[in-house]
Design a protein around this ligand. Structure first.
Ligand SMILES: *Cc1c(COP(=O)(O)O)cnc(C)c1O
Length: 378
């Protein structure tokens, strides 16, 4: 038997979450963000659940090719644009829309030979100070782009730095609005947090939103809100089994550094999952875990290949018992990835993306067929 750890991707949950985001911003087209291999889910595995999106947004040209290879003929947007001139040839060939965030990218476009003018997304730095043109320069850059024969439609784009917190998006929205007031072109604004928290109130016209994390069943503003609050479902489950049981006496310790000491006799289960599988090493005693669907806690340190869990609330559990590290247990109980991320001093994004290569990933076949046959239904 192989080591019992596995990750399970749920296409129906992806579709549910996508619909949930759509409901939060009705009448707006959706870029399903599938960068970082669909946030660690695998583009090919996530695709059946995300086909209801209006387009796919990503960073790597290789990922764009994979989306085209899946048969997607609709829009694909490169969120960081091109990195070198020959990337533009692939954009022409695969009809990729691309972000333009710096002068060098415009120079490359101006020198590019193509019969088919490109659709570009002109990015404004409205305050985040990563990518994009300063608001004062935006109009002149737009004019330069507009004059290029290589450019077809220009869309307007910015990205919010504080959509997940109380600071919100108002300041950046004002900057963006002021600088684009009389420019034509579709607008794309808003990651998951902006859509869920501000979708209905955004005073600016947005044509496209760009949700990522919410689609993958993690709350963008956890712990202020959790996935239950936003009506999202887990899309990735990390599960394993207990491979050994130890009976501790009062005073016994567990694992490296003896960081956990039993103050009463207790049974602990040893789970085949460690940091080499992508489980965060910063988690410590108290991190929640489900054993046979029952919520209990991790004890001691996370080691490379194992963690240890308190079996007190699940006396019937033993070797072979099912363990859910995050996601949905077979009985339906949910342990949100956000809880584990928080215990590990990180965010759900990182845990999904850091799922280790050595963990086999499965997609329930029935779920896939269901998605295929119900495409488009809510
Ligand atoms: C990653 C990314 C998103 C998606 O953000 P989430 O917080 O995952 O919803 C949206 N826009 C851009 C430009 C991104 O890079």
């Amino acid at each position: 038997m192989p080591r019992p750890i596995q990750a399970i991707i749920d296409p129906l949950a992806l579709r549910h979450n996508l619909n949930r985001v759509r409901a939060a911003a009705p009448d707006v087209r959706i870029w399903a963000v599938v960068k970082a291999n669909a946030y660690g889910h695998g583009i090919e595995r996530a695709y059946p659940g995300l086909q209801g999106a209006d387009g796919f947004a990503l960073l790597d040209l290789d990922e764009a090719q994979r989306v085209r290879a899946l048969g997607w003929r609709g829009p694909i947007l490169l969120l960081e644009g091109v990195f070198e001139p020959r990337d533009l040839e692939l954009c022409s060939r695969l009809n990729l829309w691309h972000t333009v965030h710096c002068d060098e990218q415009i120079d490359m476009l101006a020198a590019h030979k193509t019969h088919q003018p490109h659709r570009v997304f002109l990015k404004m730095n409205s305050g985040m100070n990563r990518l994009g043109f300063a608001p004062q320069r935006y109009r002149s850059v737009w004019t330069r782009l507009d004059a290029l024969p290589q450019v077809d439609e220009i869309s307007l784009m910015t990205h919010f730095s504080d959509a997940d917190s109380r600071s919100g998006i108002a300041r950046q929205l004002r900057v963006f609005e002021d600088a684009t007031r009389d420019l034509s072109g579709e607008r794309t604004l808003g990651n998951s947090a902006a859509v869920l928290r501000h979708g209905r109130h955004a005073p600016v016209r947005a044509d496209w939103i760009r949700p990522g994390i919410a689609v993958y069943g993690s709350a963008p503003d956890y712990p202020e809100h959790d996935i239950a609050h936003w009506g999202l479902q887990p899309t990735m489950t990390l599960s394993s089994r207990i491979i050994a049981v130890q009976q501790l006496e009062s005073g016994d310790t567990v694992g490296y550094g003896s960081s956990f000491k039993a103050d009463t006799p207790m049974r602990i289960g040893v789970v085949a999952c460690g940091y080499a599988d992508g489980y965060p090493r910063h988690c410590s005693t108290g991190t929640p875990v489900l054993v046979d669907g029952v919520r209990t806690r991790m004890v001691g340190r996370v080691s490379m290949d194992m963690i240890t869990v308190d079996l007190t609330p699940v006396p019937a559990a033993g070797s072979g018992s099912q363990v859910t590290l995050w996601g949905r247990a077979p009985g339906g109980h949910v342990l949100a990835i956000d809880e584990i991320a928080r215990a590990g001093q990180t965010v759900g994004y990182e845990l999904m993306c850091a799922l280790a290569q050595r963990v086999p990933v499965t997609v329930p076949g029935a779920g896939l067929r269901d998605v295929d046959s119900n495409e488009g239904q809510v």
